[in-house]
Design a protein around this ligand. Structure first.
Ligand code: BG6
Length: 482
């Protein structure tokens, strides 16, 4: 098999202009795209490829700013493209798509479309002889909105593609710093030997965003922050922190270990859900110095009494030998003060403190995934003074990835994911079982919240969620890092 054809459905959509085509462009700029890669852009407009590309370039420039392509770079990039104007929801439009396919090359179908039409596109591809060669399919989240609907999507996919040809994206896995978690844990012996309930007091995972719901009211209101962020991104981070060492970097080895963690997540007990879950919804407030509306005043609001959560904090437990008794505090929200993704590993206090001041400074490992990507380790050292004998103070070892690697930019997640899909490497894509097990856990949590009528509490835009989110951790004698 020689060469790959990347066929993008939904080529004029927002995701394509904002993320997909800029990522492919960056790969071309870095000379990492195979020179014979053909990109077939499919969208409704009946225009020729030059008109499509001109429009695309303008939109990309709007998103890429100073990283926008020069004329020469754009010319180089453009040579990969062909364009098909077709309404891909209609089966009779597929003859023009079939004409562009070459069964002696790999066809990589990328569905940058609403999930509601995944099944329709697969059917249309199959009914129009488009799946006759070596085919792979790449899908965006969400894969379903609950366990039952995710099974439906997965079963439809399984009718046409085997699991080894299905690439389900969770773009967090493509982030350089998320992959670095694997390196941190499994390439540093001293870290791995201290990575369990004997040494670690608790783990915090925070994913905060300054933005609100960005014009997606009707979609977002159906899902909320648990389904939009926890079921996928936070779950993946939790798995990478908690999993056992895989025996290789092969996709199956990594997925097998992640699935074990999702299965070991303690089911949320209905009687304890009020102690373990806090939900919030932002009201009017301030964001980056400007007044912003509350969730229910956002453009497109269809249910002024909606209780959909835009913030959620959860105390979770992984019930296995390594993590027995170690809480995992998860927290994610829209319109919080900072765009921040970080994992905090809080080590236990010393078992016996011999130092004069009585200060017991526990180590803390801070893994900053975005922004200012890097790792910090707080360590105790001697205070430099003759006044006290051996009193302690905190010092931080700070490994800033941009500074230490000299990289001017950290590649976007989609750059890694495109490269891997083109090269047939599934290790950073999500397997069926992980997704379904994660939905099972989330469905049970939602169910428990409903049974106990867990209220969605208001919080001001620009704050870290409702005060109860602080209490969730403070009642255990701990506090959020930020
Ligand atoms: C998406 C969610 O999956 O991730 C969005 O649907 C969210 O609601 C986005 O804003 C966050 O991604 P990132 O890469 O900006 O942290």
């Amino acid at each position: 098999m020689t060469g790959v054809d990347l066929i993008i459905f939904g080529a004029s959509g927002d995701l394509s202009a904002r993320k997909l085509f800029p990522a492919l462009f960056q790969l071309d700029r870095a000379e990492l795209l195979p020179s014979d890669l053909r990109i077939t852009a499919i969208a409704r407009d009946q225009v020729d490829v030059d008109v499509f590309l001109e429009g695309l370039r303008q939109r990309m420039n709007g998103y890429m700013g100073s990283e926008s392509p020069s004329d020469a770079e754009w010319q180089h990039y453009s040579r990969h493209f062909q364009y098909v104007g077709a309404d891909f929801t209609k089966g009779d439009n597929y003859s023009s798509i079939r004409e562009t396919l070459d069964d002696s090359r790999v066809s990589l179908f990328y569905l940058a479309t609403p999930p509601s039409i995944f099944a329709l596109i697969c059917n249309n591809l199959a009914n129009n002889n488009c799946l006759t060669g070596d085919c792979r399919i790449v899908l965006e989240k969400p894969i379903g909105e609950c366990l039952a609907s995710s099974k439906e999507v997965n079963e439809t996919l399984a009718r046409y593609f085997d699991e080894a040809s299905i690439y389900r994206i969770d773009h967090y896995l493509g982030k350089e710093t998320v992959q670095n978690l694997l390196a941190l844990r499994f390439a540093n012996r001293f870290i791995n030997s201290q990575w369990d309930a004997n040494c670690i007091d608790h783990v915090q995972i925070t994913v905060g965003e300054i933005v609100g719901i960005e014009g997606r009211w009707s979609y977002y209101d159906r899902v909320g922050q648990l389904r939009d962020m926890v079921q996928n991104h936070l779950m993946q981070l939790l798995c990478l922190v908690a999993m056992e060492p895989p025996n290789s970097l092969e996709a199956d080895s990594i997925r097998d270990e992640k699935v074990k963690i999702v299965k070991a997540l303690r089911r949320v007990d209905v009687d304890q859900v009020a102690e373990h879950v806090v939900k919030g919804q932002y009201s009017q407030g301030w964001s980056s110095g400007a007044a912003v509306p509350g969730y229910l005043e956002e453009a497109g609001c269809e249910r002024p009494d909606s209780e959909t959560e835009t913030f959620i904090a959860i105390k979770a437990h992984v019930d296995n030998w390594r993590w027995a008794g170690v809480p995992f505090y998860l927290r994610t929200g829209k319109r919080v003060p900072e765009k921040l993704t970080e994992i905090i590993i809080q080590y236990k206090d010393l078992p016996h403190n011999i130092f004069s001041s009585g200060t017991n400074i526990a180590n803390k490992l801070i893994i900053r995934l975005q922004p200012r990507e890097g790792i910090e380790l707080t360590m105790a050292s001697k205070r430099q003074t003759l006044r006290d004998k051996l009193s302690l103070q905190n010092h931080t070892l700070d490994l800033d990835f941009r500074e230490t690697t000299g990289m001017s930019r950290i590649p976007d997640a989609y750059e890694r994911l495109f490269l891997d899909a083109i090269n047939g490497d599934q290790s950073l894509f999500v397997g069926r079982e992980e997704i379904e097990e994660s939905w099972r856990w989330c469905d049970e949590l939602i169910d428990a919240c409903n049974q106990k009528n867990i209220e969605t509490k208001p919080y001001h835009a620009g704050s870290w969620g409702p005060p109860k989110a602080e209490l969730l951790i403070e009642k255990d004698g701990r506090s959020w890092h930020v």
